[in-house]
Design a protein. Structure first.
Length: 519
């Protein structure tokens, strides 16, 4: 008996070793190239309305070994890779990943219930439900998302930017700016927000309209969720936390742009009319379930609101009455963390007050929780927060706000330092934590570490996206665009790196003098 066990164990070890080698030796460029080639074929078939061919190509992709490799790779590399579903599994080793690839199949597939958790919404006492699928179900969703994405991309609204390849919030910001920046642009804006979009989408609408295997889609939608050891059915919605959920939500919302375009940009003969477009000045920009619609008058904006309400009703959705408001551009509105407002006829886009308060609170909490930390650890914790926020807002009018936030952070750090040394004089505290670096005489730093300043971030304008470009058919355009964006930012990064190098190279014996202490 013991001998049999030892032989079995040895065979399993050998198998695991082979699986590990197999996973570690995968040529990912070859895998991506093969899958991308199939996605391009699906895109072309959709464009030519060859739906029978689309179905065959989707089947080919979802049963492809290479696609299964990518499907397992995605959930094991994203932010939620360490979060388990109800089965407690996380595929952290090469062996488990390879086993998952070989076991991934649609035959007799039954999705397991999701693990329900609640996440607090910033600035409110409300909590947002999050459904966590098992790793196996995440991989299945990832596999079918690969086949669904090209179709969603072709049929998507031109000015929809959320959860789409090579599109971002900055693209949405650029088009919102374009529609509102000139003197003759619309003055009224409908700010739209869909109430519980992910939680309320009609399952029947999705099953009737999503072009994918209906039996698999039904498993994704009807899996149910477990909360406090009780199983609850899912009668509507697509779970936040599911890999395929953003694509399903996008497809459900696509059509608003075409609806408004047909009504306000075309004449009675169904042809695009410039006179009609300039008469109403209706433009639409959407990112996920947040959107804005411009209009020449308040009455037109109210009419648009009713049209969108009717559009959403078929999908089981409704507008949030609290967050859906009509605003004059002179009063300004918030969209994706920015405030759009005209000052004496000139449109300025700045970080919103809510976004500023959020980053201030995050930095304050980090400093507050670091009482026992050394200075270097605090710098390491703050720098990614500061850099991330600065990079997000570096394409808008942010210089003044960057300087104000630098001042706030300085004050927070000064209080942090004083609390650590209540009996020490101010000059001693200043000399311990702040040192000269390059042209700056007052830098929160230690040895080769220093705190990043928001004001060091150069304002770099975002490159406008050409709306008719498709990521599967116009790959060269997106590669070139990404290189241009990088080149702009690298020019600034190179300058900052050079400045930082000069600061680090200053002799450590140099200390602060009384003249450089602003206290």
């Amino acid at each position: 008996m013991n001998v049999r066990n030892s032989i079995t164990s040895k065979d399993e070890m050998l198998t695991n070793k082979q699986l590990k080698i197999q996973w570690n030796n995968i040529d990912w460029k070859k895998v991506e190239k093969y899958v991308n080639r199939l996605q391009v074929r699906i895109t072309k078939a959709v464009k030519e309305c060859k739906w029978n061919l689309v179905i065959r190509l989707q089947y080919l992709l979802t049963h492809s070994y290479y696609a299964k490799l990518l499907a397992v790779r995605k959930p094991t590399r994203n932010k939620g890779k360490g979060t388990a579903g109800i089965d407690g599994e996380t595929w952290s080793s090469p062996e488990t990943k390879m086993k998952a690839v070989l076991s991934l199949t649609d035959k007799k597939y039954v999705a397991k219930p999701l693990k329900r958790v609640f996440i607090e919404k910033h600035g409110t006492k409300k909590k947002r439900p999050l459904g966590i699928p098992t790793m196996y179900d995440r991989s299945m969703q990832s596999l079918y998302a690969l086949a669904l994405e090209p179709i969603a991309e072709i049929n998507g609204d031109r000015t929809s930017f959320g959860f789409r390849k090579f599109r971002s919030t900055h693209d949405a910001c650029e088009y919102a700016f374009q529609y509102l920046c000139r003197k003759d642009t619309p003055e009224w804006v409908l700010e739209g927000d869909i109430k519980g979009c992910f939680d309320n989408i009609s399952h029947q609408w999705l099953l009737d309209n999503i072009p994918m295997d209906k039996s698999i889609l039904k498993q994704f939608l009807k899996a149910g969720y477990i909360f406090e050891r009780h199983l609850f059915p899912t009668e509507a919605g697509t779970p936040q936390g599911g890999i395929i959920s953003p694509i399903l939500a996008n497809i459900a919302l696509d059509g608003i742009g075409n609806l408004l375009h047909d009504k306000y940009h075309k004449n009675k003969d169904g042809k695009i009319s410039e006179n009609q477009a300039s008469k109403h000045k209706v433009n639409f920009v959407r990112y996920a379930d947040d959107f804005i619609v411009t209009a020449k008058t308040e009455e037109i904006a109210k009419e648009i609101k009713e049209l969108i309400k009717e559009f959403l009703k078929d999908r089981g959705l409704e507008l949030s009455e609290e967050k859906t408001v009509i605003t004059h551009i002179d009063n300004g509105f918030d969209f994706l963390g920015w405030n759009f407002r005209k000052y004496k006829g000139k449109l300025l886009v700045k970080p919103s007050k809510k976004s500023i308060d959020k980053i201030t609170e995050k930095i304050s909490n980090t400093i507050e929780n670091s009482k026992a930390w050394k200075q270097g650890k605090l710098i390491d914790a703050l720098n990614p927060i500061i850099t991330g926020w600065a990079n997000y807002h570096q394409s808008v009018v942010s210089s003044e706000i960057f300087n104000k936030l630098d001042s706030r952070i300085w004050n927070m750090l000064w209080h942090w330092a004083k609390r650590r040394h209540p009996g020490k004089p101010k000059q001693w505290i200043a000399n311990k934590y702040w040192h000269p670096r390059g042209n700056r005489k007052w830098t929160f730093s230690e040895e080769n570490k220093q705190l990043n300043l928001l004001s060091d971030t150069k304002i770099v304008r975002h490159i406008k996206l050409k709306l008719d470009m498709n990521p599967y058919l116009d790959k060269d355009y997106f590669v070139l665009r990404r290189l241009k964006l990088r080149a702009r930012k690298l020019a600034d990064t190179a300058k900052k790196t050079w400045d930082k190098t000069k600061k680090i190279c200053i002799p450590k014996t140099e200390t602060m003098t009384n003249n450089c202490c602003p206290i």
